[in-house]
Design a protein around this ligand. Structure first.
Ligand SMILES: Nc1ncnc2c1ncn2[C@@H]1O[C@H](COP(=O)(O)OP(=O)(O)OP(=O)(O)O)[C@@H](O)[C@H]1O
Length: 313
């Protein structure tokens, strides 16, 4: 149903002369955990900012549950909880004061306001620290407070823009579990942007991969992984990374790419390569193998095989 989805319709954005989003169209269905994946500068934050009505769309439109972002921006904003990439908090105020401020912005009052603040503290596990000033909190706690501030009005759509950048593993897991929980318990649509493919693989049931403001591939995780003909990565740790090995490996049957990224990575079409050929080539070029692992396809290898680039910096 149209009224149950978010429709990005041929959206385009330029900053000065630079085309940042290039005629991009896709849908997000209600209740999905939707992952927007792409390397730094791909255009993820720009897409999100246009959905939230923060950045103007040059061409095209976004429909949110039947309402246009351009024509009914106030209505669209009422559906959305937005956790921005940059922290938006008052450093000199306590956690509680920050929540009070944002609850007031959403028009919450009296008993409901108190209940929602308590709920936000609870789901982000910040109850004990409620009286602490923001400037005294760890990076992970600040991130969680940023999320708490975005959910008090019970949004139908929760947008999290790279919410786990630069935080400790415990807070990272907490944020991932929190997103899944909100989706399961409240049917909240989650839009999650990241350049960490493990996170997107872990929590998202639909994925759009973009680069240079264009779609690279989209679908369920399984669809995407299957679409790239069974590409497997052989990861070889060598005593010395000898450059001449790369060219020799690239000439072998079934090998589509070989490069060093700390260790030696050899991308091969599954079933079309012979592991003994790879090992022989390394040995013949005086490579001394310390360790070897064979990895089935993941979103990182999909991205690499489609664009020739790595997802991360
Ligand atoms: N206000 C702006 N003025 C000019 N250029 C901008 C502006 N905001 C973003 N850009 C450019 O637009 C492109 C897309 O940026 P965007 O922040 O959307 O990418 P991203 O995928 O979110 O990257 P990251 O993972 O680094 O946040 C980049 O080349 C960026 O330099």
């Amino acid at each position: 149903m149209e009224s149950n989805r978010i429709r990005f319709k041929n959206i385009t954005k330029r900053y000065d002369d630079k085309l940042v989003i290039d005629n991009l169209s896709f849908n997000i269905e209600k209740g999905e955990v939707f992952g927007l994946l792409g390397p730094n500068g791909a255009g993820k934050s720009t897409v999100i900012s246009m959905l939230c009505g923060i950045v103007a769309i040059d061409k095209g439109d976004i429909d949110v549950q039947g309402y246009s972002v351009i024509k009914d921006s106030k209505k669209v904003k009422s559906f959305i909880g937005y956790v921005p990439q940059e922290l938006a908090l008052f450093e000199n105020l306590s956690i509680l004061d920050n929540l009070n401020y944002f609850a007031g912005m959403y028009g919450l009052k009296g008993k409901v306001k108190k209940e929602r603040i308590n709920e936000a503290l609870q789901v982000t596990a910040l109850e004990e620290q409620r009286k602490m000033k923001v400037k005294k909190l760890s990076g992970g706690m600040k991130r969680r407070l940023n999320i708490a501030c975005a959910i008090m009005h019970h949004p139908e759509i929760l947008i999290m823009d790279e919410p786990t950048v630069g935080i400790d593993p415990q807070s990272r897991n907490h944020i991932l579990e929190f997103a899944l929980d909100m989706n399961k318990k409240h049917g909240m649509t989650i839009i999650y942007t990241s350049h960490y493919m493990e996170e997107i693989q872990k929590i998202c049931n639909k994925i759009l991969v973009i680069d240079n403001g264009k779609e690279i591939i989209s679908g369920t995780k399984d669809d995407i992984l299957k679409s790239v003909i069974n590409e497997t990565t052989i990861d070889v740790k060598l005593m010395d990374n000898r450059p001449e090995i790369i060219n020799r490996l690239k000439k072998l049957q079934g090998v589509s790419e070989a490069y060093y990224d700390e260790s030696l990575k050899v991308l091969v079409a599954s079933n079309q390569y012979k592991i003994e050929d790879v090992l022989k080539t390394i040995k013949e070029n005086e490579g001394y193998i310390l360790n070897i692992s064979i990895n089935e396809p993941n979103l990182e290898t999909v991205f690499l095989s489609l664009t020739g680039k790595k997802l991360r910096d």
